[in-house]
Every structure is written in structure tokens, then in C-alpha cells.
Design a protein around this ligand. Structure first.
Ligand code: PNS
Length: 158
């Protein structure tokens, strides 16, 4: 069974992430969406809230699971015995950052390989950071995130 791990901070998950998950699922039997900690980033949602938001979107979808990890990604990959990492690329700006992460993970464990999926052009401008900024000023984020996520963000800013 083919299995890929899609790690990210997902604070919160956006329509761009949803698209990448669906496209990874078309190509792999199992996709683990891994909410990983990024200590240098201040987050709006706790790691468990982010996990729940993703689970609610993919509830009942076979072959998509959500997990959390507070540690190095390579240690999670070793624990799961799965060394394929999936990442979405929105533009060349992402590419430079993602390339460094992919090489770092591979330098830490040479079994690790990273597969990149290009985000659909109409979703490529969406970022969790901008969604939060728009929402913090009461702007309409309904085009950028699933409805359940929009509701949860709006609650945070009330
Ligand atoms: O959504 P992001 O910010 O692109 O996700 C980055 C993430 C969570 C994938 C990355 O920071 C990560 O892998 N964190 C776990 C800790 C780790 O292994 N850091 C070294 C990565 S080379």
C-alpha cells in the first residue's frame, strides 16, 4: 500500500491545502496529514484544534488520516516507517523554502524523499497568514477556507 505524509503547520487549513490533500490521495492509497509544531511561529489555533478542523473536513474519507507531532519530522517518519513526504508548491517563493527543508530532511535521513504537488493556479495565492489577517479585520474569508474553518476563525477574532 502506498503511503505519503503531508506535514505542515495548518494554522489553519486552507482551500489550497485541501486541494493538495485530495490530489495526493489520488496518487497514494493513504495520506497522513501531519500537524507538526513550528516553535518559531506563533499560532492562532492549538495543535489539537488544527487537527480537529482537518478531521472535520475529511470525516469519513477513506485513506486520509490526521495526526499531530511535536518533534522532528524525520523522527515521525521513522516511527511510521514511511519516508515519503508530500508538499504543495504555490510559487517559486515556496520552492526555495521547501527545497531547503527537503534537503535538510534528506541530510538527516537519506531514506527521505519529498514529492511536490503544484497548487492549482486559482488557489496559489491563498496563505494561512493572509487569511488570518483578513479575518482579524472582519473581512470575508469564505473564498479561502472551508466554511467550518471560516466559522472557527471568526470565533477566535470575536
Ligand atoms: O506549513 P509549513 O510552515 O510549511 O510547515 C513546516 C513544517 C511543519 C513542515 C516544518 O516546520 C517541520 O517539518 N516541522 C517539524 C520540525 C522539523 O522537523 N523541522 C526541521 C524541518 S527541515
Amino acid at each position: 500500500m502506498s503511503h505519503i505524509i503531508y506535514p505542515g503547520s495548518f494554522d489553519p487549513i486552507t482551500n489550497g491545502h485541501v486541494d493538495v490533500i485530495q490530489r495526493l490521495k489520488k496518487n497514494f492509497d493513504k495520506v497522513t496529514v501531519l500537524v507538526a509544531s513550528t516553535p518559531q511561529k506563533k499560532s492562532l489555533f492549538s495543535i489539537d484544534e488544527r487537527k480537529k478542523l482537518i478531521e472535520d473536513i475529511f470525516d469519513g474519507k477513506n485513506g486520509i488520516e490526521v495526526d499531530v507531532w511535536d518533534g522532528l519530522l524525520i523522527d515521525y517518519l521513522e516511527k511510521r516507517k514511511c519516508f515519503l513526504v508530500g508538499k504543495g508548491l504555490r510559487s517559486v517563493r515556496d520552492f526555495e523554502y521547501e527545497m531547503d527543508m527537503a534537503y535538510t530532511n534528506q541530510a538527516l535521513n537519506k531514506k527521505v524523499d519529498t514529492f511536490f504537488v503544484l497548487t492549482q493556479p486559482n488557489l496559489g495565492f491563498i496563505s494561512s497568514t493572509l487569511v488570518k489577517e483578513v479575518a482579524s479585520f472582519g473581512g470575508d474569508i469564505s473564498k479561502f477556507v472551508p466554511a467550518s474553518v471560516a466559522k472557527s476563525i471568526q470565533k477566535k477574532f470575536k
